[in-house]
Design a protein around this ligand. Sequence first.
Ligand SMILES: CC(C)(COP(=O)(O)OP(=O)(O)OC[C@H]1O[C@@H](n2cnc3c(N)ncnc32)[C@H](O)[C@@H]1OP(=O)(O)O)[C@@H](O)C(=O)NCCC(=O)NCCS
Length: 332
Amino acid sequence: MVDRFDLGAEMRGWLEEASGLPVPEGGLPLPGRAEAPAVLARLGCEPRDAEELLEIWPDASWPVELWWLMERMYAVVAADLAAGRREWRSWPSQVRVADVRARCAVVFALAAAVPLLERVYDRYGVPEEVRAATLSDVGRHVVKTRQIFGYLGLEIATWVALHFRAGLYELGRLQYEPARLGVQGAVEWPAPERAAELGAELEWGRPVLRLHIAPGGPLDDAAVGASLGRARGFFREHFGADYPVATCTSWLLDPRLAEYLPEGSNIVRFQRRFTLVEGEGAPGEADVFRFVFRSVEVAPERAPRRTTLERALLDHLAAGGTWRVRTGWLRL
Ligand SMILES: CC(C)(COP(=O)(O)OP(=O)(O)OC[C@H]1O[C@@H](n2cnc3c(N)ncnc32)[C@H](O)[C@@H]1OP(=O)(O)O)[C@@H](O)C(=O)NCCC(=O)NCCS
């Protein structure tokens, strides 16, 4: 099956691991074609993407191997959700697979898993507005995939799998991922002695909300403030957990952006909210090209120079500079 659809060696290993997971009772609970438009709307799919996904909606004409692939993907989501898995889950990208059905298998598996996630949301009383916003990130990533590759697919399944193990919540303009300081996700965190000096709530292992910024619409300062203002209360109310600190690890926090962008720009105002973790961070060019130029290659010669940010990013590189992914923190 891996060979027939050219899914790659990484997927072979992933499927071997997934093959031991329980088979869902009654098979994969994929909604029928009649319910499909509602599920795709719930996942935030844009009309064009929804239409194309409907055209290939899995049915009896699909090879049995692809049904098995979707079932295994669903089994992984179900097992992670049931176990309350917090660690990052690798999920080999299928974005370059030629067969559109195999390429989109992950979208259908996630569509089948929506009721599992809704049950967890029910348990914690997650409000409808937060559920809808969080789930709609799937559609946003289908859009992003088309912008980068030019066709239907979902490039970064590993990212969306996070939402589906109830590991990410979208509260207004920002997304929040409960984690542990220094242990999960940040590019850098101060050495344990230094972290302790900054305050007990910044020590290694303490609870933290990792912030993420979805594309779509400006990073309006008031909307950011409103989102940050409700985050701590949200997790206290629904999960009984206190998260006094948020961190963000992003190309958006490279302080050199402020040398190019106007003081009143949203990116600069966003940066000013954070205290940067000392250090160099990680190389940021790949992220810059992905998030700004929608390109998987770092190709300055082909990049457009339409906006102030685009020109700043390219001028800095042309002058021999680099961009970095930096981590910053703030108290909620
Ligand atoms: C974060 C984001 C919403 C900020 O956009 P914003 O609110 O418009 O930001 P600013 O007000 O600071 O914009 C300053 C300038 O940069 C431009 N700019 C900002 N983001 C841009 C982007 N992604 N692509 C091209 N230009 C962009 C703006 O158009 C403006 O230039 P102009 O005055 O010539 O029009 C936007 O960059 C975005 O959607 N990024 C993708 C998501 C992302 O990077 N997430 C973080 C992942 S780690």
